[in-house]
Design a protein around this ligand. Structure first.
Ligand code: HEC
Ligand code: HEC
Length: 171
């Protein structure tokens, strides 16, 4: 037999379950990079970049020169370097043969861009980041470089770039 208290507790739980406030919460999308070692070693100085925005060749160059990583020393133990390289290469944009990617890479090549080591150098990136909106935002945030996506795209590590949650009245 239920005691009075048990019934009250159960009723409370049921109410929690159906309360309208909870239903409105936005679910968290999964992190694009789930690999713990990559998150730890490649997320100290900037966001953890999504591997599918650079090619196998680009990541190979980056991982081959961590001692002089854009002017910083980002070197790792051989064990971690090997692990991260394997992870990045397995998820690079051209890790699997796919026709749309091959077409994109052909377009890049026509512009002289082959295996870039910066996402911000790719035509795909530049197309979105030469607009008036981008110029206004980078000026307002005093961040002119573009590299650290998460400064503007707050949900970049969860793969969301479309929205700027209520920022800067630019939308
Ligand atoms: C010690 C700090 C540091 C660590 C650790 C580090 N980086 Fe960087 N990274 C930088 C700096 C500095 C830049 C240049 C940023 C700029 O131009 O504003 C950069 C830029 C990059 C860029 C180019 C971004 C763009 O499109 O402009 C990539 C890709 C990158 N890092 C990948 C990695 C990976 C992969 C790791 C882990 C193996 C890593 N970084 C670890 C400091 C670091
Ligand atoms: C200084 C702020 C800023 C930084 C840093 C930045 N972005 Fe953006 N990004 C923007 C703005 C603003 C737009 C929208 C441009 C427009 O529509 O006029 C945009 C658009 C995009 C879009 C297109 C979204 C859509 O509408 O589908 C992608 C994808 C994107 N950015 C990825 C990146 C990545 C990857 C990085 C880091 C390498 C980055 N951005 C860094 C401001 C920024």
């Amino acid at each position: 037999m239920f005691s009075k208290i048990a019934i009250i507790v159960m009723a409370g739980l049921l109410m929690l379950d159906t309360s309208p406030g909870l239903a409105e919460e936005v679910p968290d999308f999964p992190l694009t990079v789930q690999d713990e070692i990559t998150r730890k070693e490649c997320g100290d100085c900037h966001m953890v970049f999504p591997p599918n925005r650079l090619t196998v060749g680009g990541w190979t160059k980056i991982m081959g020169d961590l001692g002089n990583h854009f002017g910083e020393d980002a070197s790792l133990t051989p064990k971690n370097a090997k692990h991260i390289k394997a992870y990045l290469l397995s998820k690079a944009m051209d890790a699997k043969k796919r026709v749309p990617v091959e077409m994109t890479l052909k377009q890049w090549k026509k512009k002289g861009i082959v295996d870039p080591i910066r996402i911000t150098e790719t035509p795909n990136w530049q197309r979105h980041h030469t607009t008036r909106k981008y110029k206004l935002m980078s000026k307002e945030l005093k961040y002119m470089n573009g590299s650290n996506c998460i400064i503007c795209h707050k949900n970049a590590e969860r793969g969301m770039y479309e929205e700027f949650p209520g920022l800067y009245g630019l939308d």
